[in-house]
Design a protein around this ligand. Structure first.
Ligand code: GLA
Length: 380
């Protein structure tokens, strides 16, 4: 893909580009915890966006997206939100300009194999790839964490999704065969190996595109904030759901809407669950870890309500299978993929089982990806 992207760039723009590879991500556990100051356990994967990019000595930027087979342009003197994929690039450029960083005109080609709307964070890959490319070209000297925070602000301001830091963090900090435990409050993180040679990480794409995701996502975030406000009346030291426990939440049960209670109950338990899950993972106990993934799915489906019938069905199929240690919906939800930890020698059998059961139920084949854990954004 790198070679093809480079050739496409040379064909369109007639010069040699810089190449940047920007991966998608998985998250083993810790969903909707990042914007509640909790913990997440993500990793960068082998699905990626490739950028070919070079300066053009003008005030114009031209970007060609291979998937859309479309070239779009904008002026650096008029960077404002615009519909479609270009908005992610505009958001990044806007944030760089806001931060006082020089940006001059550039040409780029983006290609990739991260399925869009599948919960693998293609948007963070587009943002992280561009910010790292421009940092390299203009030598801003940004740290990877600064780049991640910039990408997150770009997502908040242009596409308007009030996301947490997980996706941009994972995209920029990934390390081959390592998962990352990130404390989303302090932004401290540690790497540790995903040391299960007998298991594969298998993503099953429900093919339901999560179109609800951005508006409902922001609603979930507001509901969590509402819960925090109610708890703060009795416990002013509570700054986010990270600081809260079920006793505190139960004290305000009658004062908050039932949905707000449910959302907060899920988040409080999920934040604890990530910490327990990390211990199991470090001990090499993938079965116990997997049980917690199922518990997360249950919470995301019943309390947080970010699953859908298709995803619930995929998880129920996983539960029937001895070769699966655990499974759950991954990422923001409302569609996209489940993440499954599957015994390596049974991956083929599992894949065909899922395909035929899903096809029988929904008349459509789910796409299935056997992923590997890879490095974060790389300048080639
Ligand atoms: C999306 C957001 C992340 C995170 C997940 C849910 O991927 O971009 O910040 O909140 O949803 O865990």
């Amino acid at each position: 893909m790198i070679q093809q992207t480079r050739e496409k760039f040379i064909k369109i723009f007639g010069k040699e580009p810089l190449i940047v590879v920007s991966p998608g991500r998985i998250n083993l556990i810790g969903e909707h915890t990042d914007y509640n100051d909790g913990f997440v356990l993500p990793a960068a994967i082998d699905k990626k966006i490739v950028y070919a990019i070079a300066l053009n000595n003008t005030r114009q930027c031209h970007a060609h997206a291979v998937a859309a087979d479309e070239t779009l342009s904008f002026s650096l003197d008029e960077v404002k939100p615009s519909p479609g994929w270009i908005n992610y690039l505009l958001g990044v450029v806007n944030q760089l300009q806001e931060g006082g960083h020089t940006v001059t005109g550039f040409d780029c080609v983006l290609a990739g194999d991260i399925p869009i709307g599948a919960g693998m964070s293609s948007s963070a890959a587009v943002e992280g790839g561009l910010v790292a490319a421009l940092d390299h070209i203009f030598q801003y000297g940004l740290t990877r964490m600064e780049m991640a925070l910039l990408g997150q602000r770009a997502e908040h301001t242009f596409p308007g999704v009030k996301c947490g830091i997980m996706d941009q963090f994972a995209n920029l900090h990934g390390k081959k065969d390592q998962v990352m435990l990130l404390d989303c409050r302090s932004l401290e993180f540690e790497y540790f190996p995903f040391n299960f040679p007998d298991y594969k990480i298998v993503l099953c794409n429900s093919m339901v595109n999560h179109s609800l995701a951005s508006s409902e996502y922001n609603v979930r975030r507001q509901q969590c904030e509402e819960g925090v406000k109610a708890i703060q009346v009795n416990h002013p030291a509570v700054k986010s759901l990270r600081d809260a426990d079920m006793n505190m939440l139960n004290e305000v049960r009658d004062q908050v809407a039932e949905k707000v209670y449910d959302r907060c109950a899920y988040v409080i338990s999920e934040i604890r669950r990530v910490q327990d899950a990390t211990i199991f993972l470090k001990q090499g106990d993938i079965r116990q870890f997997g049980q917690l993934m199922y518990a997360t799915h249950e919470g995301l489906s019943k309390l947080y309500e970010v699953s859908c019938a298709e995803l619930d069905f995929l998880v129920s199929l996983a539960k029937e299978r001895e070769e699966v240690a655990g499974a759950r919906v991954m990422g923001g939800g409302f569609g996209g993929c489940t993440i499954n930890l599957v015994k390596q020698d049974k991956v083929a059998a599992y894949t065909s089982y899922i395909e035929s059961a899903y096809k029988a139920q929904y008349g459509q084949l789910p796409e299935i990806y056997v992923t590997t854990i890879e490095n974060g954004v790389e300048i080639i």
